[in-house]
Design a binder for this molecule. Sequence first.
Ligand SMILES: NC(=O)c1ccc[n+]([C@@H]2O[C@H](COP(=O)([O-])OP(=O)(O)OC[C@H]3O[C@@H](n4cnc5c(N)ncnc54)[C@H](O)[C@@H]3O)[C@@H](O)[C@H]2O)c1
Length: 265
Amino acid sequence: MNGHVNSLLAGKTAFITGGAQGIGLAVAEAFLQQGAKVIAADIDQRMIDAARLRLDSLAPGRASVVSLDVTDQDATERCADALFSEGGVDIVVPNAGILALKHAIDMDLATWRRVLDVNLTGAFLTATSFARRMVANHRPGRIIFTASLFGVRGGRENSAYSASKFGMIGLMQSLAAELAEKGILVNSVCPGQIDTQMIRALFSERAALRGTSAESLQRDFEAKIPIGKLGPLEELAGAYVYLASDLARYVVGQSHVVDGGWQVG
Ligand SMILES: NC(=O)c1ccc[n+]([C@@H]2O[C@H](COP(=O)([O-])OP(=O)(O)OC[C@H]3O[C@@H](n4cnc5c(N)ncnc54)[C@H](O)[C@@H]3O)[C@@H](O)[C@H]2O)c1
């Protein structure tokens, strides 16, 4: 954060899952920069502790980081209850996700189920437990799912992940149709390849298998993206700020691809 606070989201409170690192943390920082209060939730205690320190130093008193497994319905309901008894939430970002790259014919059922459970059922639980309380409190707001470019097209070794993100877009469009009349606008961001721990781990794993370096794999990959680089986190986060803000008052049920031109390149 550059120290300068803008006010596109002043007075708003945002809840972001998978918010202790990567895209979720970058969205938390961008929302704080626009004047919002932020509650980030994550399952990884080590990252939670680090994110707490980081967000607190960026925006003292406006950020908190809580422990939550998005696949746990009771815990999600308790979390939503607690936040609505403390003033409520205006912007919900179901973002927690995991990746499992395998050819479909080699995929074991446990992995398939885990990816669907975290990425799709977890997002369903987050979105609906908060939306139910927003509706009950006559509170307008936004729900912004983190889907993926693999939510609008499939890809090699992406069957479970892509199925979970296509499912998420179906969920998003249905919720968008149901909730718009309540003043809750629902959309998705579909990131391309963003520079996060998830992607760096993938390059390292692939490099080890192919006997090359992660750097050279990354260079090869970046050559396929028209803009020529992995997506910087802060450049992706702008899409969430836009969808959360008054600038997007007529945007409903859309999948907003942010991929440096990868899809068209
Ligand atoms: N990085 C990319 O290029 C990219 C591209 C498209 C979509 N995405 C999506 O963006 C989202 C964030 O990914 P990222 O790249 O920042 O990855 P990341 O691994 O850096 O962050 C994901 C976070 O989700 C948390 N998480 C995992 N399971 C959870 C659970 N059950 N409950 C609560 N939190 C949980 C992790 O602890 C982690 O902090 C994911 O949904 C991912 O599918 C990422």
